[in-house]
Design a protein around this ligand. Sequence first.
Ligand SMILES: [Zn+2]
Length: 115
Amino acid sequence: MGSGNAIRGSRVGAGPMGEAERGEAAPRVRVPFWCANMHETRPSFASDAAVPEFWDCPRCGLPAGQDQANPPAPPRNEPYKTHLAYVKERRSDKDGAQILAEALERLRSSSRPIY
Ligand SMILES: [Zn+2]
């Protein structure tokens, strides 16, 4: 694996066998991917490149797979988590405001002259 990466990395320039102009001559394949929302995306890969199992949907960001009938499940935690975090944030904001108000009230009353 490590050596494979090294070879790939050194390929950026001219290849050892005088490969033809980069990109242009390399045959490409378009591989369709579908996400859970049935968005289809067809990134193209060099025909000798390893096609990844999953591809991020450019439209909604969910992982997309090559099996249209069985797209990868969306990471369930994410949307809920962010939503919950948002709600929590708002709630704690409210709490914070209340705590602040109480503290101010206490401060005010304590700084009030005592009769
Ligand atoms: Zn999508």
